[in-house]
Design a binder for this molecule. Sequence first.
Ligand code: PEP
Ligand code: MN
Length: 346
Amino acid sequence: MTIRLKKNATKEDKQKIFDVLKENGFGYVEAPGETANLICIMGEETEKMELLELLESFPGVESVNPVNDPYRLVSRRLYPEMNGKTRIIDVDGVKIGTEKPIVIAGPCTIYSLEQALEVAESVKKSRADFFRGGIFKPRTSPYDFQGLGREGLWILGEVKKQTAMPIVTEVMDTRDVELVAEYADILQIGARNMQNHTLLHEAGKQKKPVMLKRHPYSSLQEWLCSAEHIAREGNLNIILCERGIRTSTNGEYDRNTLDLGVIPGAREKSILPIIVDPSHGTGFKKLVPSAAKSALEYGAHGLMIEVMRDNEEPLINCGNKKVPYCDYKQGLTASEFDALCKEIKK
Ligand code: PEP
Ligand code: MN
């Protein structure tokens, strides 16, 4: 249940409502930011319904709405005044959530400044809006390269300094959220951590927008509940990212099954923008361009695409060793990415 306050509601009006809720054992949370005229009531709401309805006659209250979804702050039903529009998230002047799709591009993993910079410069020329690159990598096998870690974060700072591109990078550990937020313009929470609630809460407490990837086994409702965990902490700047789900294809012809239908579904159920990662969503570069274009046809607000240098080899220099390049099969080369951008613009 949600209480919507009148625009001219005073502090005292609010306090009266909070007092009644507290006296009657209800938890509550105020919606953050520009939606601060909303109070969400927590817990089971079947009890004391009458009291809540009575609140409708309190000074400062415009309406009491029975939005009882397991997610609320991110639910479209809470914002009838938005008339089906998406929440627009402005990052350094780039607006995510409009009908003009945004593009995030860069390598799966960062191995060196030289590699990161070369890719950043090429995707910038192709007019990508953001540079992405993994410093903390959630690799399935613990024997695979897990990313440069904290010692590699400076590379993101340098890429931003030299290219002026805003940065998207993953954070995997609550202990790193604050530090990563110093380098990232958007914090990525990866598919594996979609239900890591302590990480979601930390991401919700800091100010940078959060891109929340969908877990391959999660339903739309579970995904939106995860977004709600972030929103409840005060950060409603959340971007959903569909990256393929696990079905019965078993990697024979794709790595994951890109769930395009979830795009209109998410747009209907939530006010949050949704973008698509056709690289992890398909796993093979030959499938990436058509998946990317289809995602836009389905209404995605943007794309995140893995891009590598034109001459990239499956083994790459990292410090004084060579390591296998992560997700090599799905990465577009800079030229292939450029061709795709031209097609998308058309
Ligand atoms: C990534 O974007 O590099 C990544 C690891 O993606 P996911 O969390 O979707 O597997
Ligand atoms: Mn990857």
